[in-house]
Design a protein around this ligand. Structure first.
Ligand code: MTE
Ligand code: MO
Length: 252
């Protein structure tokens, strides 16, 4: 039964439409392949083709200059909401030959002027507890509970005012195999702590004993476990995951 909306078309019409559809399909596919090949052959900037790194840099500018604010406090949770079994992720820089008993935090004030600070001295500073949703770029997140000293309190106590006026802070593990660079503004954020406790107990070795960074305004990659050395710089300190193609800022 012929429907009034039905249209009778010739087979030539159908053939022409088919040819056109295929032509457009191949043209677009070709353009996509061409663009992709061009992109992957561009010189790389820290493991990412230059044009893609430029996009990451635009994001970084937006985040650091327009979205970041010390008043942006990440949501706080109650101790009861924190996971009792905290996920362990990443052990770069956590070598087995680490001598925990001999550990001291090294803070480079100036070339040739390094402070050596014991865990007991750090624990004697005012304690801040942070319970927040820890987010890893691998796609998981977990509410976790940490304790330590606010980085900003630490800076005051050790008179690091002129150092913390610089743009970046670098942190390394004692063996220098894991390292991060962080914009000073984010490390001075009121929720950033030099952390020595998890769920009210000393950090386990695989989660950074004796001291790690907890910085809720950043993704997990920046929460360096087992801090050996801290230094300040006006140029970007080297960063483990940046060198592997990730965004340097990695802000949330
Ligand atoms: N020294 C060191 N710190 C590290 C890592 C690492 O491999 N080595 N991995 C990072 C990543 S990717 C994440 S998600 C968190 C995980 O912390 P957790 O093991 O306490 O969950 O630690 C970060 N700090
Ligand atoms: Mo991570």
């Amino acid at each position: 039964m012929a429907n009034e909306n039905e249209k009778i078309v010739s087979s030539t019409y159908i053939r022409n439409r088919t040819i056109r559809a295929f032509a457009v399909f191949f043209l677009l596919t070709g353009a996509a392949i061409f663009t992709w090949r061009w992109l992957i052959h561009q010189p790389e900037d820290n493991a990412v083709p230059g044009p893609l790194r430029a996009v990451l840099n635009v994001n970084e500018n937006l985040f650091s200059n327009y979205i970041y604010s010390a008043d942006n406090i990440s949501k706080a949770y109650t101790p009861g909401e924190a996971a009792p079994r905290v996920r362990v992720n990443g052990d770069d820089g956590l070598s087995d030959d680490f001598n925990a008993a001999a550990w001291k935090l090294q803070v480079v004030k100036n070339p040739g002027d390094t402070l050596f600070i014991t865990l007991a001295e750090i624990k004697a500073l005012p304690k801040t507890e942070i319970i927040f949703d820890f987010k890893c770029i691998e796609g998981w997140s977990q509410v976790t509970h940490w304790g330590g000293v606010k980085f900003s309190d630490f800076v005051k106590k050790y008179n690091l005012g002129s150092q913390s006026a610089m743009e970046y802070v670098g942190l390394n593990t004692p063996d220098k195999k894991y390292y991060v660079g962080i914009d000073t503004r984010s490390i001075l954020h009121p929720q950033t702590i030099l952390c020595y406790e998890m769920n009210g107990k000393p950090l386990p070795l695989n989660q950074g004993y004796p001291l790690r960074l907890i910085i809720p305004v950043k993704y997990g990659i920046k929460h360096l476990k087992r801090i050996g050395t801290i230094f300040f710089s006006n140029t970007k300190p080297k960063d483990y995951w940046y060198e592997k193609g990730y965004d340097y800022y990695s802000g949330l």
